[in-house]
Design a protein around this ligand. Structure first.
Ligand code: 6PG
Length: 241
């Protein structure tokens, strides 16, 4: 499917519009469970707070299983932990069974945890053409064009034959676990949430199909299913140029 680019005034309107779509997708889904892989970083914080404040009773959370597209290999109580951020802003605020929350154990040995998490995904997330097919994958994009924890200097993770891989943050050296390209491209729906001026050059490179764009991991997200880019005016600032 051609990517659907949705441009909103600011990060708050991106959040409101995406939350409305999310609630509708969960409601309309025919699947017994709605498996969502979450992104980390700062952009989803607004969304998680908005969902906790406005959708506590408006979404059938017992139908939702939460997974992570990537995690920093730090303990669950570390400020760098995507799980910690999500739990504080959303999971601890809604009525969701503990068994529906599938965190990446950042405190564990990365290679061992990468295999364990991949096995857990393969045991619960329905498959399509041999790859686990999440109902929805939410992705962010770094100002270097990385997505999940697939960085421009680790493009091979886009072609990995494993569900998860260990990645290394190019500047901090921090270990990460990330879903790989095949899984990121197998979801029923994939939605990028991208806000802020610092993302504008990368977005332009991706949407203009440029040589520079092809060097960016986010460019290579072309799922079999639906693809949406929810962006704000600042991030979209270079698109017309
Ligand atoms: C992470 C993310 C990562 C994030 C981008 C954008 O764990 O950091 O999953 O892929 O989405 O780095 O981060 P911001 O939203 O903070 O700009």
């Amino acid at each position: 499917m051609e990517p659907e680019l949705k441009i909103y005034n600011d990060a708050a309107s991106v959040t409101e519009a995406f939350a409305k779509n999310l609630a509708r997708w969960i409601k309309e889904s025919k699947s017994p469970f709605f498996h969502i892989a979450l992104s980390g970083g700062s952009t989803p914080k607004l969304l998680f707070k908005h969902l906790a404040d406005n959708y506590k009773d408006a979404i059938e959370w017992s139908k939702v299983h939460f997974w992570w597209g990537d995690e920093r290999m730090v303990p669950a109580d570390d400020d760098e932990s995507n799980y910690k951020m999500t739990n504080e802003l959303l999971l601890s605020q809604i009525n969701i069974p503990e068994g529906n929350i599938h965190r990446i154990r950042g405190e564990e040995d990365p290679p061992t945890e990468s295999v364990r998490y991949g096995d857990e995904i393969e045991s619960l997330v329905p498959e399509k053409e041999t790859w686990p097919a999440f109902n929805l994958i939410i992705l962010g994009m770094g100002d270097d064009g990385h997505t999940a924890s697939i960085f421009p200097n680790q493009m091979e993770l886009l072609h990995s034959l494993d569900v998860c891989e260990v990645a290394t943050h190019p500047s901090s050296g921090q270990k990460r676990i990330t879903l790989t390209g095949k899984v990121l491209n197998s979801a029923e729906k994939t939605a990028f949430l991208v806000t802020g001026e610092n993302k504008a050059d990368r977005l332009q490179e991706i949407f203009s199909d440029s040589d520079k764009g092809r060097l960016l991991p986010a460019y290579h997200i072309h799922p079999a299913g639906e693809l949406y880019w929810f962006v704000d005016q600042s991030a979209a600032g270079e698109l017309e140029k």
